[in-house]
Ligand binder design. Structure first.
Ligand code: IPD
Ligand code: CA
Ligand code: CA
Length: 266
């Protein structure tokens, strides 16, 4: 039988070690490169941290598979078995420009089902973590189950991109939602925005394009607290390719989907 407690303990230990490495890197000069476009940044630290996790996982769990943003893991066409989904630094632009507002995100899935999620806010030394069926925590403190809310009383995290003309969603659907909500916020790290949903600091988070490693950990943490995690069509997330994301408190998720996003019929 799979020893999930052991995997959980290892994941925490390695995330903490990675955090120490990242904090030490603040004294070094970063080597910054661009990926798909001039604003898609990657640093030597993103790569080093991903390689660090991969070497640890391979050493202890040689039969597990790994999906990592920087490409040092496996290239997968299915989610069978145990799959680690790693974003070594989520919010690289913030890491480079601000040295804050970024996180390590690590999800462990079994046959496509989220089992463990860890999001580490390195600068604040805050580890958000959950093991399916065991509740979710901020460091040692249990997080409260999420309560229902309405659009009128909610703060919604979303990127301004999706409220301007774009090729992924009709922005005319988004404008009434932004007007109706109490407020909107944008933090530049999907993992932290998911943690903010989990802790009730925001009530929902919407994005049109995220990768499995951006959302794998957050989905486990939010679902453990009764929050709802789907794509913008209200369907189960696809962890093999990019997908949209709508995650929110119960009730609010349904209202955004039904009253503003036309239940995905757009
Ligand atoms: C990005 C951040 C950002 C989101 C992007 C992601 P990265 O991750 O989560 O908030 O809007 O879609 O790609 O590249 O910093 O790991
Ligand atoms: Ca990311
Ligand atoms: Ca990243």
């Amino acid at each position: 039988m799979m020893n999930w407690d052991q995997i959980y303990a290892h994941a925490k230990e390695w995330v903490n070690e990675a955090g120490v490495k990242i904090r030490l890197s603040f004294n070094e000069t970063l080597n910054i490169e661009t990926k798909t476009n001039a604003n898609d940044l990657v640093t030597n630290i993103d790569k080093e941290i991903e390689q660090f996790f991969i070497s640890k996982i391979r050493e202890v769990y040689s039969d597990h598979k790994i999906m990592g943003e920087e490409g040092f893991g496996d290239s997968l066409d299915n989610l069978e078995g145990i799959v680690w989904m790693i974003d070594p630094i989520d919010g690289t632009m913030n890491f480079v420009h601000q040295q804050r507002n970024f996180a390590i995100s690590l999800g462990v899935y079994e046959n496509g089902v989220g089992k463990i999620g860890l999001i580490y806010d390195v600068v604040h030394d805050e580890l958000y973590h959950a093991k399916r069926g065991n509740g979710a925590y901020l460091n040692e403190k249990p997080l409260d189950v999420l309560k229902e809310t309405t659009v009128k009383e909610s703060i919604i995290a979303l990127n301004a991109t999706w409220v301007m003309e774009n090729h992924r969603i009709d922005h005319n659907l988004m404008i009434p939602l932004v007007k109706a909500a109490r407020g909107t916020r944008s933090y530049g790290s999907a993992a932290l925005e998911m943690v903010f949903v989990a802790t009730g600091r925001v009530d929902a988070y919407i994005s049109m394009r995220l990768s499995p490693w951006d959302i794998a950990a957050g989905a486990v943490i939010i679902e453990e607290l009764g929050g709802i995690v789907t794509n913008l069509w209200g369907d189960k997330l696809n962890f093999l390719s990019q997908d949209s994301l709508l995650t929110a408190k119960p009730g609010l998720h349904q209202s955004i989907l039904k009253d503003y996003l036309k239940e995905g019929k757009w």
